[in-house]
Design a protein around this ligand. Structure first.
Ligand code: NAP
Length: 358
């Protein structure tokens, strides 16, 4: 947690600059996306609007940056509700959070000179003022610029700590990953595969099944939108039960998986995206199989590992540079497409981590 200049608290590993006290000028080149109304049920692009915003002068120790790529992330959906089950709600008229790769275009901080590319959680804005503590330099790990946001930011780090610290898959074990073609899921599935496990990925649609089997080399894929009996498909691909489950989705799919876990299974609860857009959902997993199978179920919050991010970035980047792990980004072009790109991600349009190229 970090306290901001405007006293809002955010649950994040970076300080978010949401307001600036420095006076600036309004130009048509600087834009923000703001929350116009709170969604009731499925989020719509019309819940947001794109507005002009002041371009501000950095104070001592700060930089002015211009966004190049911005992430759209499922946790933002929770923050559109008030009360929000994750972090402080985005206020009406407020800018949703998102990670950004940006170019420094004005600097009063020696460590981030003009022209440097930086990464920070600076929100859905074309330009931002940021203090040094909110930023890291991009380009330190020899990966392409978009991969700074897919592999070396929240998605890849979540997958890394969920798999290496919680699931700890062993060669020959059966691992199931839900939301397997998404930003977190595809990295988690590849890390489990790299550890020698048999990995079955669950995702929606034939394009995602082909990606899971052909592009990232999983043992099997289940298109949960196409099958009539998901349990029968899991039984077919996991005949000896499931030793480890990386859950991005929650809901009835997770219940179907939990009834098939093996003795001593490990389950990581990473996310419940199937429930974020459901009005008033209080769905929770059915825990009977955890006791029956003497399994462990662990909640994951990536920011608990903030002190180990650098170590994880080195390991992840090394796997990517060697070609052992293939990061995948799903890039939508244009700043004004942020709301549409976000809604599309919530509905399953993306293969890999969804980013908006500004
Ligand atoms: P993502 O997986 O790239 O995108 C979201 C995906 O969720 C969609 O592509 C869609 O894929 C799937 N989905 C949407 N509605 C669904 C439903 N009703 N049932 C099943 N799948 C559904 O997003 P991400 O950024 O990588 O995040 C994935 C999960 O990780 C989220 O639950 C997020 O909250 C969680 N997360 C947790 C942490 C942490 O610290 N614990 C950090 C980051 C992210 P399909 O086409 O396959 O449906």
């Amino acid at each position: 947690m970090c306290r901001l200049r405007n006293s809002r608290l955010v649950h994040a590993s970076f300080c978010v600059v949401t307001e600036c006290q420095v006076k600036g000028i309004v130009t048509s080149r600087s834009s923000v996306v703001v929350l116009k109304r709170r969604p009731r049920g499925p989020v719509q692009p019309e819940d947001f609007s794109v507005e002009a915003a002041p371009v501000l002068d950095p104070a001592e120790g700060e930089v002015l940056v211009a966004a190049r790529y911005i992430t759209v992330d499922p946790y933002v959906r929770a923050m559109l509700d008030d009360p929000s089950f994750f972090g402080s709600p985005v206020p009406l008229g407020g800018v949703p959070p998102g990670d950004m790769v940006a170019e420094v275009i004005g600097s009063r901080a020696a460590e981030f000179p003009e022209g440097a590319l930086v990464v920070g959680r600076l929100g859905w804005r074309s330009h931002a003022i940021a203090g040094c503590a909110a930023l890291r330099l991009a380009g330190m790990h020899g990966v392409p610029v978009p991969t700074e946001l897919s592999l070396l930011s929240s998605s890849g780090l979540t997958a890394w700590f969920g798999v290496t610290e919680v699931l700890r898959p062993r060669p020959g074990e059966t691992v199931v990953v839900s939301g397997a073609a998404g930003g977190v899921g595809n990295i988690a599935a590849q890390l489990a595969r790299i550890s020698g496990a048999r990995v079955v990925g669950i995702a929606g649609g034939p394009r995602k099944s082909a990606f899971l089997e052909s592009t990232i080399g999983l043992t099997g894929a289940i298109d949960y939108k196409a099958v009539t009996d998901i349990g029968a498909e899991i039984d077919r691909l996991c005949p000896d039960g499931i030793d480890a489950y990386f859950d991005n989705v929650g809901g009835p799919l997770t219940d179907a998986i939990l009834t098939r876990i093996a003795v001593g299974a490990r389950v990581v609860l990473c996310g419940e995206i199937s429930q974020y857009d459901v009005l008033g959902s209080e769905y929770r997993p059915r825990l009977g199989p955890i006791a029956d199978q003497r399994a462990t179920m662990t909640g994951l919050l990536v920011s608990d590992f903030v002190h180990r991010y650098d170590e994880a970035r080195k390991r992840l980047a090394g796997l990517a540079r060697s070609g052992t792990l293939k990061p995948t980004e799903d890039i939508v072009e244009g700043f004004t497409m942020l709301p549409t790109a976000f809604v599309g991600m919530m509905r399953g349009d993306n293969v890999g981590k969804r980013l908006v190229k500004v």
